[in-house]
Design a protein around this ligand. Structure first.
Ligand code: C2G
Length: 484
């Protein structure tokens, strides 16, 4: 194949070498004249010691010659240059070509992933090439030494992913296809931030336990965000997810880990990036990650902690201790009652149309008004999920000071025969996500909320408001008790 590589960085050069050695006709473009001249003459790359760049590879500063008449154009520029590079090359691209992106990141202003940026710029020039994201545990330094490596070729169009799989697959590189492009790109961008966290912790003096905790819980955060954005959960436990996180958060090759380590020792972020001497994508990805977390209402405490240390000069010890003091959590996102929840999903698959209902509330000082609501809600379907307002949500958003804690209110609800599953309600925005995550058919609320949640109909969910039970309320109970 004829392949144009945009970017003479470590990864672009390592891939160029591999693709040339496996018989492809490869040209590397760089915007930096000096690089082109030096690499072409010396056949060496400063970040790839001991590695010879094949003579067959051409270097050029003319970006057109790296695109025109190529079968594949590979974006290997730093994430911050993907948009400008895509603008430069769009006019040279035709629809028969395949664009492969290996840059990892989230654009802060638009929250776009790299292939989304490229696709947008191509559309502006009425170009519609297939675009593949290539991502996984692939330190360039090791690929350049032909050490066994695996990577994911992600494209909505499986056939295109398989074409790239064929081109990049060889005895040293094993390629897997995946059609969940957003999931693969989200992993690639956000794991760099978790790697920063791991480096900061170890640089500060914490140990391997802390590193393992950050890697494991960091992946849980990224997965939560990905699922909220409609990605496949399996992608995050794959090569682009846990695979790349392991290699980035534990390897001496990792710039993000090394930059984090230096910051953990007290060095300023700018200084640490200078010291590392290469692009630290994790730092660039933080603003976009923070925007996504708030846009989708997903808690990402580790990403927030890294943001505080990097951008708000927060003290590492205080930041880690606030992470340790967070409210107690179950590792399983759904409660133990979940077993028969999965059962209903399975039965549904067997064609038995089990209707699932959801309702939300505080349910403090549980009383017969609540029971009437739950009883009628359950009667409208076969399975009732209750999203119970957390203590923080009640206090911060509903200004309700509950008599019973979340755990106590949860225990009470779970003892009611009409209730099949209790999940936490932590923010106003989670309803749109919950109805998909829990395969909900109907949303039910007391009619004091009449009309407030009709937007859920757009999610394909029936919305029903039931008359409240008059004269009883938690507030009324408190007032009456105070009178005695
Ligand atoms: N309810 C009722 N009759 C009453 C009191 C409450 O039918 N006498 C219903 C409410 O209409 C609500 C449910 O019981 O559907 C839970 O009531 P609250 O605990 O007061 O719930 P609320 O604070 O309204 O929280 O995101 C939605 C919110 O979490 C709803």
């Amino acid at each position: 194949m004829k392949i144009g590589i945009l970017g003479a960085g470590t990864w672009g050069t390592a891939l160029a070498r591999m693709l040339s050695n496996t018989g492809n006709d490869v040209v590397i473009w760089s915007a930096i004249e000096l690089e082109v001249e030096e690499y072409s003459r010396t056949r060496r790359h400063p970040n790839l010691p001991g590695v010879k760049i094949p003579e067959q590879i051409d270097f050029t500063v003319d970006i057109k010659s790296a695109c025109v008449d190529k079968d594949i154009v590979l974006f290997a520029v730093p994430s911050v240059f993907v948009r400008s590079t895509a603008i430069k090359v769009a006019k040279y691209i035709d629809n028969s070509q395949i664009i492969v992106d290996v840059a990892k990141g989230i654009e802060s202003e638009t929250l776009f992933t790299m292939t989304q940026i490229i696709e947008k710029q191509m559309f502006e020039m009425h170009r519609y090439p297939q675009i593949v994201a290539l991502s996984g545990p692939t330190h360039a330094e090791e690929v350049a030494l032909d050490l066994p490596t695996t990577v994911v070729a992600a494209c909505q169009n499986l056939e295109t992913a398989e074409r790239i799989q064929n081109v990049f697959m060889n005895t040293c590189m094993r390629v897997y296809t995946n059609q969940d492009v957003l999931g693969v790109e989200l992993c690639g961008a956000l794991k760099n931030i978790i790697a920063l966290a791991a480096g900061i912790a170890v640089g500060f003096g914490y140990g391997d336990n802390t590193k393992a905790a950050l890697i494991t819980r960091g992946l849980a955060e990224i997965t939560r965000l990905g699922v909220a954005m409609g990605c496949l959960e399996e992608t995050f436990s794959g090569l682009a997810g846990i695979g790349d996180l392991i290699v980035t958060a534990t390897s001496k090759h990792s710039r993000n880990y090394r930059a984090g380590y230096l910051i953990g020792t007290g060095m300023k972020p700018e200084q640490a990036v200078k010291e590392v001497g290469m692009v630290v994508e994790g730092i660039n990805a933080i603003p976009g990650a923070m925007h996504l977390a708030s846009k989708y209402g997903v808690e990402m405490p580790i990403i927030e902690a890294v943001n505080a240390v990097i951008y708000e000069e927060a003290d590492v010890r205080k930041t880690v201790s606030s992470l340790m003091k967070r409210s107690k959590k179950s590792e399983l996102p759904k409660s133990a009652l979940n077993l028969n929840f999965e059962h209903t999903v399975i039965k549904n698959r067997e064609g038995l149309n089990m209707k699932r209902v959801i309702t939300y509330g505080t349910f403090d000082l549980l009383h017969y008004g609540h029971i009437n609501l739950l009883k009628r809600a359950k009667a409208l379907g076969d399975y009732l999920v209750v999203a119970l307002s957390s203590d923080e949500f009640n206090w911060n958003e509903k200004h309700k000071k509950c008599y019973f804690t979340y755990e106590q209110r949860k225990a009470l609800l779970e003892s009611i025969r009409y209730v099949d599953l209790v999940i936490p309600e932590t923010n106003w925005k989670q309803k749109k996500i919950d109805v998909h995550e829990y395969h909900i058919d109907m949303f039910v609320m007391g009619d004091d909320w009449e009309g407030k949640f009709d937007f859920l109909k757009e999610e394909g969910v029936e919305v029903v408001y039931l008359p409240r039970t008059p004269e009883i309320s938690t507030t009324q109970i408190k007032l009456d008790l105070n009178k005695k």
